[in-house]
Design a binder for this molecule. Structure first.
Ligand code: T3D
Length: 267
């Protein structure tokens, strides 16, 4: 039997999806896109899942598009019709980025190894990016004549500012995880030896938090990027109206007043 291209495990509220094409640094084929989309959908719909961890098997996180995949690789024969790369982006990377950004649960990218091309930007789509100190992020697109996709053009300037976004995207240099943290591209770079324990600890913390409020926090911060200040304030008020009627809000306040740990259950 063939190995799954996305390994799915579940432990105490944490769903872990592991991209599993280690020989090709977990680069994306159409089949891996299909398995990942199904696994994300399943996690989104499962009330037992309160945090998602996305990681890779072997020594890479994800090297972006599999450039050897016959369904997307350009036909190099003289005069051959061009491959519609944009169609691949529309079919796979756009829905993937949108799905990750709209998950009803917090999403951690556990960057265990090199993250390149769409693999780097998939990580940046996640809420918290935790990376091994030994690894790096590469906007590899310019090296093969493309622009950053999977949200890269939107995410990079917002995370690190225009000057750094342009430098990273045009030069396509390896950015070590330590520098990625220093620039604000990712949440945290941690020593390799404590990486697994750190990811587990953060995931467990998120599991115990008010999931619905965390997802609303992400969507409010994203929405505020294209709102003026007054509109953002109004949006916050609308969200507070919804969350203020939730079980978790009542539970959070009750627990605070009673000086006990809250038990959040909304999703
Ligand atoms: O249709 C479309 O194309 C639209 C979508 C575009 C989205 C994109 O992501 S475009 C960008 C695609 N990705 C890249 O250009 C990255 C290519 N990979 C690399 O530059 C390097 O592999 C890395 C810098 C990521 C890692 O370098 P290194 O030296 O650690 O490893 P390596 O030896 O290059 O790779 C190990 C194996 O993985 C190797 O196979 P082999 O020789 O052992 O059989 C290599 O060919 C394979 N591999 C790595 N990346 C890809 C890949 N195979 C297919 N596609 C890849 N992207």
């Amino acid at each position: 039997m063939e190995e799954p291209l996305v390994l799915v495990t579940h432990d105490a509220g944490v769903r872990t999806l592991t991209l599993n094409r280690p020989k090709a640094l977990n680069s994306f084929t159409a089949a891996m896109h299909g398995e990942l989309a199904a696994a994300l959908e399943a996690a989104a719909g499962d009330p037992e899942v309160r945090c998602l961890v996305l990681t890779g098997s072997g020594r890479g996180f994800c090297a972006g598009q599999d450039l050897a995949d016959p369904s997307v690789a350009p036909n190099l024969a003289p005069g051959a019709a061009p491959t519609d790369v944009g169609a691949t982006v529309e079919r796979f990377y756009k829905p993937l980025a949108l799905r990750v950004r709209a998950m009803p649960i917090p999403v951690i990218a556990a960057v265990n190894g090199v993250a390149a091309g769409a693999g780097a930007n998939l990580a940046l789509c996640c809420d918290l990016v935790i990376a091994k100190r030994s690894t790096s992020f590469i906007q590899a697109f310019a090296k093969i004549g493309l622009v950053p996709d999977c949200g890269g053009t939107w995410l990079l300037p917002r995370l690190v500012g225009r000057a750094r976004a342009i430098g990273l995207a045009m030069l396509g240099d390896k950015l070590p995880a330590e520098d990625a943290e220093r620039l604000g591209l990712i949440w945290k770079c941690v020593d390799d030896l404590v990486f697994d324990a750190e990811v587990r600890a953060v995931a467990q913390r998120l599991v115990a938090m008010p999931t619905r409020a965390l997802a609303a926090t992400r969507s409010a911060i994203d929405a505020a990027q294209h709102l003026d200040f007054a509109a953002a304030l109004s949006h916050e008020a609308r969200l507070q109206t919804t969350l203020g009627a939730s079980h978790d809000f009542l539970e959070g306040v009750d627990a605070f007043m009673a000086k006990r740990a809250p038990l959040f259950t909304d999703r």
